[in-house]
Ligand binder design. Structure first.
Ligand SMILES: NC(=O)c1ccc[n+]([C@@H]2O[C@H](COP(=O)([O-])OP(=O)(O)OC[C@H]3O[C@@H](n4cnc5c(N)ncnc54)[C@H](OP(=O)(O)O)[C@@H]3O)[C@@H](O)[C@H]2O)c1
Length: 318
């Protein structure tokens, strides 16, 4: 079968469409004929060799996919750690979900990583169980895949959202999804903007995926008892964390890693129960930025690396 292969460690130039053997099924796994793959930052880190738990190349790339389950013919969207960008992939049934009716393969592939991650961010922040009315969330990279998912969920649960991005154009599009307060961090410091927009009170939660000084800055954006949900380090820099800044307002920082949470069966089922209900109510609409062919995979990786995408970059696999 054809697959997008990470041929060696490196940047987008190491990706090649190659003929590879069909995947071997592990215990309990099922075969899925893949139609589309969704690109994630983690794919870039995997190609660079910086993603924990990933085997050495050559390796079939890709963590999320849509396709057709070989034995049942069911249309599915799924999540895995690698191997999604091949014509066939070995899937774990617990991490396969039916493609909602009316959704294309391209729309559905923009769902798993973004929406489960955004859902768990609100869950960790206590916005789901305690209620989100009147609660404020600062969402970094609000025009990204996870960011746009977080805005749609925040709108449903009634959160007051403050989103940061480098571009007015991207922010205007996210406002159409329901973002109330847009901050262009190229034009103004987001810490000052949050202070001003919240009358000096701060936010209840900051969804932080930049790392470096942004972790410390996000802590300073919190109000009393607030929480930074740290789910990435897109700057490539180690998050700065001053515990004394947490004492000062009884604040906290909590990590979020979907790779780990996806191994918690009950948690994933609980999340899917809520997410699928919102889908049935037509409240979630995955945002697809670009749809590229498998041979354009390197271009897709470049889009992510340069922050030029809005929503999900999708690769057509077959
Ligand atoms: N922990 C988890 O389980 C988990 C799950 C999913 C994603 N993530 C992480 O979350 C982050 C965002 O993922 P995503 O899929 O939403 O990404 P995305 O759609 O590609 O969005 C990334 C956006 O981040 C912004 N950005 C700001 N500073 C950046 C920098 N130094 N380098 C690159 N981008 C920068 C850019 O938007 P602006 O120009 O608008 O600022 C860029 O478009 C990534 O770090 C990813 O690894 C973690």
């Amino acid at each position: 079968m054809k697959a997008i292969v990470i041929t060696r460690l490196g940047g987008p130039e190491v990706l090649e469409v190659r003929d590879v053997p069909e995947p071997l099924l592990g215990p309990g796994q099922v075969l899925v004929r893949v139609q589309a793959g969704g690109l994630n930052f983690a794919d870039i880190m995997t190609a660079h060799g910086g993603y924990p738990g990933t085997p050495k190349p050559p390796l079939v790339a890709g963590r999320e996919f849509t396709g057709v389950e070989e034995t049942t013919g069911r249309r599915v969207m799924g999540y895995t750690q690698w191997g999604a960008f091949g014509e066939k992939t070995a899937a774990t049934p617990d991490l396969l979900w039916p493609v909602p009716s009316g959704w294309s393969a391209e729309a559905a592939v923009a769902f798993p990583v973004n929406y489960f991650t955004a859902y768990f961010a609100y869950w960790e922040a206590g916005f789901l169980e305690d209620g989100a009315r009147g609660k404020r969330a600062l969402i970094h990279a609000v025009a990204g895949g996870v960011g746009t998912a977080a805005v749609q969920i925040g709108k449903i649960i009634g959160a007051e959202m403050y989103g940061s991005s480098s571009s007015d154009e991207k922010l205007a599009r996210v406002k159409e999804l329901g973002l109330q307060h847009a901050i262009n961090y190229k034009q103004r410091d987001y810490e000052e903007a949050i202070k001003e927009m919240t009358n000096g009170e701060g936010v209840d939660a900051a969804f932080e995926m930049l790392g470096g000084e942004h972790t410390a800055k996000s802590i300073r954006c919190l109000r009393d008892f607030g929480k930074v949900v740290q789910y990435g380090t897109a700057t490539g820099r180690q998050p700065q964390l001053d515990l004394r800044a947490l004492y000062a307002k009884a604040a906290s920082v909590q990590g979020l890693w979907l790779t780990y949470l996806s191994s918690k069966r009950g948690l994933m089922q609980h999340a899917w129960k809520q997410l699928s209900q919102w889908i049935a109510e037509d409240k979630l609409h995955p945002v697809v930025g670009r749809v590229l062919t498998a041979s354009q995979a390197a271009e897709g990786y470049q889009l992510l690396m340069t922050g030029k995408n809005f929503g999900k970059v999708v690769l057509k696999i077959s």
